[in-house]
Design a protein around this ligand. Structure first.
Ligand code: 3PG
Length: 211
């Protein structure tokens, strides 16, 4: 299965800010136990690269991407650590082209027609719509996407169990992403049991919605 099909099969991506590398493996195990073997580990904390390295080494069944990637140096650090894909909150042509030149899967963030144009001209198969809820949600995304060739979207920003259903009903949505099952406080408390429960709950809901 190719990368995008694998992401679509799960349809939900936990967006993680690791407080320290020591959280990486127990967190990955909790997600795998909750049947959610995927994570976007963001470069919002200095633990990202080492966390990705540990997750991919200790939990080979996990699909680990790097998020909030803002520079080409962070692309290098993420790929060196074993990341399977790169995600960014915005569209920086320098970072996107750097990835494309190296055949690194990249999903830049878009929330305007101008950014989407840049993605379409580069023939990207998927982009991230961020910050989804603040930008007007699914209604805005459908209007934005309408003039362009079919493209898949990962949607994040303000998503939760309460509002994910309409997004998942649209087949152009590759996956929704969110931090609610890996919240800062849960990680700070090392409450990995709760992470597993929230992940399992989310997976069950997504399966019901996408079956
Ligand atoms: C992201 O980087 O994708 C978002 O910050 C996740 O959004 P959330 O914290 O509102 O779920």
């Amino acid at each position: 299965m190719n990368l995008l099909d694998t992401i679509r099969a799960v349809s939900i991506v936990p967006v993680v800010a690791l407080p320290e590398p020591g959280h990486a493996v127990p967190l990955a195990k909790a997600l795998v136990d909750g049947e959610l073997p995927i994570a976007e580990v963001t470069f919002r904390t200095p633990a990202a690269a080492e966390g990705i390295r540990l997750m991919t080494r200790e939990c080979p069944d996990m699909l680990v991407g790097a998020g909030t990637v803002l520079t080409t140096a962070q692309v290098d650090a993420a790929m060196d650590a074993g990341a399977a894909f790169i995600v960014a909150p915005g569209f920086d042509p320098v970072v996107v082209d750097y990835c494309l030149e190296r055949s690194i899967p990249v999903m830049p963030g878009v929330c305007t027609a101008s950014e989407l144009t840049q993605a379409v001209l580069r023939e990207l198969p998927a982009v991230k719509f961020f910050p989804a809820e603040a930008m007007g949600g699914l209604k805005t995304l459908k209007s934005l996407a309408a003039p362009f060739r079919p493209m898949d979207f990962m949607v994040t920003g303000g998503l939760s169990m309460d509002n994910m259903a309409p997004y998942l009903a649209w087949d152009r949505i590759l996956a929704i992403g969110g931090s609610w099952m890996v919240k800062k406080q849960l990680l700070a408390d090392r409450d990995f049991d709760r992470v597993r429960e929230l992940a399992a709950e989310a997976v069950q809901a997504v399966r019901a919605l996408r079956s």
